[in-house]
Design a protein around this ligand. Structure first.
Ligand code: TYC
Length: 100
C-alpha cells in the first residue's frame, strides 16, 4: 500500500489585505471647538485629551487624521459625524480616503 502525498502548490496565491481608510477631520471657522471634541469622543470613541489634541491639530493645520478603519466602517463613522454636525447646524466635515 502506498500513501499519496498531496504536494502544495509551490507558490501560494497572494491575498492582498484590504486597504484601511483614513477618516480626516477638516477645519472650518464656525464650528465650536467643544462640539468637535464631543463628536470625536462620541462617534470615534476617543478619550477627552486625545480628542482635544486632534481638534487642535485640525484647527491649526487645517486637517487631522482621526483614525483608520476598514472602508465601510470609516465611511459609516464619517457619515454619522457629518450627520451630527448637520443636525446641530454646524459646517463641520469629516472625509475619508484610502491609506497609501
Ligand atoms: N476652527 C473652529 C473655531 O475656531 C474650531 C474647529 C476645530 C472646527 C477643528 C473644526 O475640525 C475643526 N471655532
Amino acid at each position: 500500500m502506498s500513501t499519496e502525498v498531496q504536494k502544495r502548490p509551490a507558490v501560494k496565491p497572494k491575498v492582498e489585505r484590504p486597504k484601511l481608510h483614513k477618516v480626516i477631520l477638516l477645519n472650518d471657522d464656525y464650528t465650536p471647538r467643544e462640539f468637535v471634541v464631543q463628536v470625536l469622543k462620541g462617534v470615534f470613541r476617543i478619550g477627552g485629551e486625545t480628542a482635544y489634541r486632534i481638534m487642535h491639530v485640525a484647527h491649526t493645520r487645517g486637517a487631522c487624521v482621526v483614525s483608520v478603519y476598514p472602508k465601510d466602517i470609516a465611511e459609516t463613522k464619517a457619515n454619522e459625524a457629518n450627520d451630527m454636525a448637520k443636525y446641530a447646524g454646524h459646517p463641520l466635515q469629516f472625509t475619508t480616503e484610502p491609506e497609501e
